[in-house]
Design a protein around this ligand. Structure first.
Ligand code: ME8
Length: 501
C-alpha cells in the first residue's frame, strides 16, 4: 500500500517562514525514512490559495489576486529544494482539477442532505478563516492571532457535524493511536463526548475569491473544505483513487488540529471514505518567545536564510534535535549551531574522517569480512549495544519520535567515539598490533555505515557523502535493524561537515 505523507497546504498570503519549513522537514523525514525501509510513499505539499484573507492581502498589495497567489505558490515551491525537502506532488487549490473535485464533493454531500442551507451567526476571525465559540475566545480576541473577532450573521450552508459525532467517537476509541502525541487524541475524545456538535458553516456570501457553490453562485465554498480535500486531489493526481486516503499520514501544527481531527474525518465519513492512518501534530517555534507567524515580521525570517547559515542538513537536524515534536521551542541560532557542531561536525563527521584515514593509510582502504565470533569481546559488546540502540532508533522513527531518534543516535556516536579513543588505532606499531587496529576500524566502519543510514532521513547530504566513501549508494540502500558485518572498502576520507561559526 502507498503511504501519502502530507504537510498542511500553506496559505498563499505571505512568504514562507520557519514554521512552514518545520512541517515540510518533518514530513520529508518521515517520507525518507519509510522509503529507506523499502516502503512506497508519496510526499504531498501545496498552497491554500482561496478565501477572503488572501483576496484582502492581494488588494493591500495592489495586486490582482491570481497573480498574487501565483507568486506565493512559486515562493513555497522554491523553498523546498533549499531545505532538501522533495515533494512528489505540489497541489494548488486554484488548480482546475482541484476545483472540479471540490465541486463534486459538495454535490455529493448536499445530495445526501449533509449540507443544507441556513444562516450562521458567530464570532469570526478572518485571519484563521473560522468562527469561534465564545468559550474559545481570549476576551473578544481570536486565541491564535490575538486580534478582535468580528460578529458575523449571514446566510450560509451548514454541514451537519453532529450526525457524525458518535461514529467519530467510536472510531477514535477503537484506534487509540491515530493522533500522535496521544494527549491530542484524548482532547478530541473529550470534545466529542462533551455534547452535540454545532453544525459547521461551510459557505461564505461575502467572498468572491473561492470555489462557487454549485447551483448557488452567491456563495463560495468554505476554504477549509476546499483546503482539506486538496489532500485527495493530490492523491488522485498521483494516479490513486480517493480511498487511498486510508494511507495518509498528515503532519500538521497544533493550531489546525480541530480541522484535521473533527471536520476532516467527518467529511470523509459522510462520503463513505476511509479515515487517514495518522495525524502527527507538532508544536510551535518561537523567536525570542514570539510565535513565528507571517503577521509578526520580526519572526518571519525566510528559512532559506537559516539554511544558508546552517546548511540544509544542519537546519533539518537542529529543528528535530532541539525539542520533542509536540512541544513548543524557541529558535536561537547560536543554540542550533552549538548542537550541529557538537553532534554532526565533531561526533559524526570527525570520527568518519579519522577512521577512514586510518583504513586508507594502513590497509589501502580494504578490510576483509570478519564474523562476530572472530572479534574480541570489546568489539562484540560494542556491536551488541549499538545494535540495540539502532533498533531503538528505528522504533522511534516509526513512532514519529524524531527527537528521540536524535538522542539515541547521539548516544551511539558517544559510544563509538569512546571505543575509538580507548582502542587508539592510530598507535599501530606503537603499542597496538595490526589485528587490534584492523578489528577496531572494521567494527567502527560497519557501525558508521548503519549510523549514516539512520541519519539519512534527517541529514540526507551528509549521509550520501559518508556512504559514498564506503561505496554505498543511498538510493538503493535499505535500513534494517540487524547489524550486518560486511567487508570494508573505503575510497576517501573527506571532511563532510565543516564546523559552523
Ligand atoms: O493553516 N511553528 O495554513 P498556514 C511551527 N492553510 N509550525 C508552524 C508555525 C510555527 N510558529 N507557524 C505555522 C493553514 N506553522 C491552512 C492549512 S491544511 C488542509 C490547510 C505550520 O499557512 C504548522 O504546520 O497558516 C501550521 O499548522 C501551518 O504552518 C499553518 O500554515
Amino acid at each position: 500500500m502507498t503511504t501519502f505523507i502530507t504537510t498542511p497546504i500553506f496559505y498563499a498570503s505571505g512568504d514562507p517562514h520557519t514554521g512552514h519549513a518545520y512541517s515540510g522537514i518533518i514530513a520529508d523525514i518521515v517520507h525518507r525514512f519509510r522509503q529507506l525501509c523499502g516502503e512506497e510513499t508519496i510526499l504531498i505539499t501545496g498552497t491554500d490559495e482561496h478565501g477572503q484573507k488572501i483576496a484582502a492581502t492581494a488588494q493591500a498589495h495592489n495586486t490582482d489576486v491570481a497573480t498574487f497567489v501565483e507568486d506565493k505558490a512559486a515562493d513555497f515551491a522554491a523553498l523546498w529544494p533549499q531545505l532538501a525537502v522533495q515533494p512528489d506532488v505540489i497541489i494548488r487549490t486554484t488548480q482546475t482539477e482541484h476545483k472540479a473535485h471540490v465541486s463534486k464533493v459538495w454535490q455529493t454531500l448536499a445530495g445526501k442532505g449533509d449540507i443544507y442551507p441556513g444562516t450562521y451567526a458567530g464570532q469570526y476571525c478572518v485571519a484563521c478563516e473560522q468562527y469561534y465559540p465564545a468559550r474559545e475566545l481570549d476576551g473578544d480576541c481570536c486565541p491564535v492571532h490575538k486580534k478582535p473577532v468580528t460578529t458575523v450573521e449571514e446566510a450560509s450552508y451548514l454541514f451537519r457535524l453532529e450526525h457524525y459525532r458518535q461514529r467519530l467517537l467510536d472510531y477514535y476509541q477503537s484506534h487509540p493511536s491515530l493522533i500522535t502525541p496521544s494527549h491530542f487524541q484524548d482532547a478530541i475524545i473529550e470534545q466529542l463526548k462533551s455534547g452535540p456538535l454545532e453544525s459547521l458553516s461551510v459557505s461564505r456570501v461575502n467572498n468572491a475569491w473561492g470555489i462557487r457553490v454549485p447551483n448557488d453562485s452567491n456563495h463560495t465554498i468554505y476554504v477549509w473544505i476546499d483546503a482539506l480535500f486538496s489532500y485527495i486531489t493530490a492523491i488522485q493526481l498521483s494516479g490513486h483513487n480517493s480511498a487511498a486516503i486510508a494511507g495518509a499520514v498528515h503532519v500538521l501544527g497544533k493550531d489546525i488540529l480541530k480541522f484535521h481531527a473533527l471536520y476532516w474525518p467527518a467529511f470523509l465519513l459522510a462520503l463513505g471514505l476511509p479515515l487517514p492512518e495518522k495525524l502527527v501534530v507538532h508544536g510551535w517555534w518561537t523567536i525570542e518567545g514570539e510565535k513565528i507567524a507571517k503577521s509578526n515580521p520580526a519572526t518571519a525570517v525566510n528559512p532559506g536564510v537559516f539554511s544558508e547559515q546552517l546548511t540544509a542538513d544542519g537546519l533539518r537536524y537542529a529543528l528535530v534535535r532541539q525539542k520533542p515534536l509536540s512541544r513548543d521551542g524557541n529558535l536561537a541560532l547560536d543554540e542550533l549551531k552549538a548542537a550541529i557542531n557538537a553532534d554532526l561536525a565533531n561526533n559524526l563527521a570527525n570520527l568518519v574522517k579519522r577512521n577512514n584515514t586510518l583504513v586508507l593509510k594502513h590497509f589501502q582502504g580494504e578490510l576483509a569480512a570478519t564474523t562476530k565470533n572472530q572479534l574480541d569481546d570489546e568489539c562484540g559488546q560494542l556491536l551488541a549495544s549499538c545494535g540495540q540502540q539502532i533498533e531503538q532508533v528505528i522504533r522511534a522513527y516509526r513512532q514519529y519520535e524524531l527527537y528521540q531518534v536524535t538522542l539515541t543516535l547521539k548516544q551511539i556516536l558517544d559510544q563509538l567515539n569512546t571505543f575509538f579513543h580507548q582502542r587508539a588505532p592510530w598507535l599501530l606499531g606503537k603499542g597496538q598490533d595490526e589485528q587490534h587496529v584492523a578489528s577496531t576500524c572494521f567494527v567502527v566502519s560497519n557501525l558508521l555505515r548503519h549510523v549514516a543510514l539512520c541519519y539519512a532521513p534527517i541529514t540526507p547530504q551528509l549521509a550520501v557523502n559518508i556512504l559514498a566513501e564506503q561505496g554505498v549508494d543511498l538510493t538503493t540502500a535499505v535500513l534494517r535493524s540487524d547489524i550486518e558485518l560486511h567487508s570494508v572498502s573505503i575510497n576517501g576520507a573527506g571532511s563532510h561537515f565543516q564546523r559552523l561559526h
